[in-house]
Design a protein around this ligand. Structure first.
Ligand code: B4P
Length: 185
């Protein structure tokens, strides 16, 4: 299965992604995790990405597109994957479409996790990561609304979008995700 996972910062994508990969045995491609690993290792990409991440902005498209293009060619992605946090802009989505068309490997489904803003603030404040300060959270939500939410219409137009209510217990939310994903097995 080839899945894209979309949701605002703190919606619980990382939390649900762990459960999805455990049940559906698919590769987990989290661009947030990849960028944090690059930042911690102080690679050229990591150093560049850090200044965007720490201020709540999206890292430039060319960096992310190159990172995912390379990752998708690895052996563990051949049987399917969960793209967690990518694409986050229309330019990234179009680049992904091109990569997938070239290999004749279309997406099966785009899952959206829906959570209201006041709940996102509560969750992120509780997590306490370096980019979870209130002023940075606000920036990340603005970036989501402006740059990422247009993807919902983009994928809905392609008949790929399935939305899941991200409020409730982790298990309740995962049960809804299973209902959706079991249709594509
Ligand atoms: P990400 O790592 O993708 O981070 P996220 O959206 O903040 O987190 P997520 O939705 O996974 O939430 P989580 O499960 O942790 O991105 C970080 C940064 O990287 C971006 O801001 C950007 O700068 C950069 N970046 C990444 N991809 C990019 C791209 N494609 N293009 C450009 N830039 C990119 O959950 C959050 C909290 O909620 C946790 O504390 C969790 O315990 C809690 N929680 C989860 N489920 C819950 C539930 N059901 N009830 C209550 N709490 C819950």
């Amino acid at each position: 299965m080839r899945i894209v996972f979309i949701g605002p910062p703190g919606a619980g994508k990382g939390t649900q992604a762990e459960k999805i990969i455990a049940k559906y045995a698919t590769a987990h491609l989290s661009t947030g995790d990849m960028l944090r690993a690059a930042r911690d290792a102080q690679t050229e990409v990591g150093v560049k990405a850090e200044k965007y991440m720490s201020s709540g902005q999206l890292v430039p498209d060319d960096i992310l597109i190159a990172m995912i293009s390379e990752r998708l060619q690895q052996a563990d992605c051949q049987a399917g994957y969960l793209l967690d946090g990518f694409p986050r802009t229309i330019a990234q989505a179009e680049a992904l479409d091109e990569m997938l068309e070239q290999n004749n490997t279309p997406l099966d489904v785009v899952l959206e996790l829906q959570v209201p803003e006041d709940e996102l603030f509560k969750r992120l404040a509780g997590r306490g990561r370096a980019d979870d300060k209130p002023e940075v959270i606000r920036e990340r939500l603005v970036a989501y609304t402006k740059q990422t939410s247009p993807l919902l219409e983009y994928y809905s137009g392609k008949g790929l979008l399935q939305s899941v209510n991200g409020l409730g217990s982790v298990e309740e939310i995962f049960a809804q995700i299973e209902t959706q994903l079991d249709c594509y097995k």
